[in-house]
Design a protein around this ligand. Sequence first.
Ligand SMILES: [Zn+2]
Length: 191
Amino acid sequence: MSFAVADEMRRQYGRALDVWLARIETPSRLVLERSGVELRDYGKEGNRPALLIIPAPIKKSYIWDLTPSASAVLACLQAGFRVYVLEWKETPPEGPNNGLVYVDDTRRIERPWYSWSRSPIWKSIRRHRLAEEPQCRECAIEGRTVPANHVDHVEPHRGEWSLFMQYDNTQSLCLHHHNAHRYQERSGKAA
Ligand SMILES: [Zn+2]
């Protein structure tokens, strides 16, 4: 069976589901729209862990959210997650701008500091920090003099712009200590 035929069967099946299922969806908000794909946000505002559900393109995304009693989305919301669902639209994306580009977009929404770290204000903070403190701060504590080439945050910024851009909250580190610091942040240990 050719892909086109299989794809058309999939769509007809999907349309039949549309007719037959009385859907009761959890309220959601459209946060991103690109050709072939939509991203819906089911969560409430707040600092909750994000969960992104990406259905296989062959599945209607609402199978994750059929009714309140059988909704994976609702279960994840109740478990304290902020739930996002990627929804494939009828027309599959064509051309070079398909596939992983969208995943990258959703990640940018989740982690705005990816763009903060490219902003002029951060570049200026970084330049001044390395000029003021050219040696790794952690290596200095261990009694060694090692040139620093990374600037990171003393107190993890946790996505807060004010902490991210606070000069006094930055420090110069070597690659080794930069990575160690990031690992500690991720595993939740005190830095
Ligand atoms: Zn170091």
